[in-house]
Design a protein around this ligand. Structure first.
Ligand SMILES: [Zn+2]
Length: 53
């Protein structure tokens, strides 16, 4: 199981807006992406919230 599912959480309101995955063997750092948050109605920084198997 190289590819791991995770959720992306809004850094401002805490909403979990996106589900993505990454290869933990290649990508060991925490993801931090600018994504659109519907609750904030703007792009905010989204970080890893939860690793779901
Ligand atoms: Zn938000």
């Amino acid at each position: 199981m190289a590819q791991t599912k995770l959720t992306l959480k809004c850094g401002e309101c805490g909403g979990q807006n996106y589900v993505t995955s990454k290869n933990r063997q290649n990508v060991t750092e925490r993801l931090s992406l600018s994504k659109y948050c519907r609750a904030c109605r703007k792009h905010t920084k989204h970080g890893e919230a939860r690793l779901a198997r």
